[in-house]
Ligand binder design. Structure first.
Ligand code: CA
Length: 224
């Protein structure tokens, strides 16, 4: 049974979340401000933190930054009332794993929670299939309609990053972090070029990608 820390200062929302999550079988604890969130998240083990952005004392972004700085890797889903793309990018770059925009439907939140928990449950990438593409990460082989596709090492790392974090919006900076060697200077345009090349190799219609989707102003998301 997964343990979830809910950080939310509005009592009604906090209570609603807690009841809904408990009904789904999660163990839930709630705190109402940023400082308590940092304290509890640092001292106890959690499977997931649902973190409201607008909080008294420390806001959600600051909580996120502090936890990641302290090398606490518990997955975090930000609950944000703000829809500005810059804020989403900031949350993701501070180390949040996903965000849900308020008001959210319980169903949407459930799906995001399940996706994040699955991602962190240590499943091995091994063999992965989407559409008519088959990726064997152990052998570093990709086939489309059964025929081998020649991916560069970088494209394979990009694809691995996408698949490993499927359903999650990734900024270009996060892709660079994950797929390029440390310390390499890479422009956003270079990222776009490599994503474009990867699409040409794996998408059915590269001009209308169904797997690697561009998220305007933010980055990319892999859906499969
Ligand atoms: Ca709030």
């Amino acid at each position: 049974m997964a343990r979830i820390l809910v950080v939310e200062d509005e009592p009604d929302i906090a209570l609603g979340l807690e009841e809904d999550l408990k009904r789904q079988g999660y163990q839930v604890e709630t705190v109402g401000d940023g400082e308590s969130a940092v304290r509890r998240a640092s001292r106890e083990t959690w499977d997931l933190i649902l973190l409201d952005v607008m909080l008294p004392r420390l806001d959600g972004f600051e909580v996120c930054r502090e936890l990641r700085r302290a090398r606490i890797k518990t997955p975090i889903i930000l609950l944000t009332a703000k829809v500005q793309e810059a804020e989403k990018v900031m949350g993701l770059e501070l180390g949040a794993d996903d965000y849900v925009t308020k008001p959210f439907s319980p169903r949407e939140l459930r799906a995001r929670i399940q996706a994040v928990l699955r991602r962190f449950s240590g499943e091995s990438l091994g063999l992965h299939r989407f559409g008519d593409v088959e990726v064997d990460f152990d052998r570093a082989e990709v086939r489309k309609k059964g025929l081998p596709v020649d991916l560069t090492a970088l494209e394979l790392r990009l694809l691995q990053t996408f698949i490993g974090r499927r359903g999650r919006v990734l900024t270009r900076a996060q892709l660079i972090d994950a797929a390029w060697d440390q310390g390499t200077h890479v422009s956003d345009r270079a990222v776009d070029t490599h994503v474009l090349n990867l699409r040409k190799k794996i998408e059915t219609v590269p001009g209308q990608p169904q797997f690697i989707r561009g998220i305007r102003g933010i980055g990319y998301r892999f859906d499969a």
